[in-house]
Write a protein that binds this ligand. Sequence first.
Ligand code: SIN
Length: 221
Amino acid sequence: MSAAAASHPSDIVESIHDIQSSSKEDNPHSDGIWVFGYGSLIWKPPIHYEQKQIGYIKNYVRRFWQHSEDHRGTPEKPGRVVTLIPYDEWKTIESVVTWGVAFKIPSDDVEATRAYLDHREKNGYTVHTVDVFSLEDDETPAVRNALVYIGTTDNEAYVGPAPADKIAQQIHDSYGPSGWNAEYLLNLAEALREISPGVKDDHVFELEGLVKKIIDDNNKQ
Ligand code: SIN
């Protein structure tokens, strides 16, 4: 796939009204909306969807650089979950696509699904739009203007880079209302192998290896 030909990340969309009206105008196939998932949404999708499209978005990388105080940790002991970092904010780039799954939400379920996702992603994520590409076609998007929840680098829960072993230890040690933080990481790594067997995502798979090693080491003690 040609990273050089990729366009810049889409602009932030300011309001739900703008999102829904631009989505309808720009996507002639749909009265509903598309939502692109790149984290827990891959393995725990929205409740109501009628169609899904495996694919990738260009010019973002997935990183465990977002604190989770409400799902995989607590305010006293936050866990770490994924967010997307735009290409031009991350200069030492190694890969400029992020694989995930886009879910088509039927029109009758748009309002309830938006309310559900806004609540689920309330710990610092805001809504943006992206074009989603499939393995078959690197030029023409399979889905245009899918919504995507991103914890931008200026949100209050953005915590940024740390050495991989420190991130792995934090993920291993954190629990929140949605469960063990390590389960989130291990489910994500497994789901990525399933949706795209050749997927290159060194960040996620390195953390997976480190967390599995901590678990093994603890089991030996
Ligand atoms: C997503 O899955 O698309 C957003 C991040 C998350 O909830 O893990």
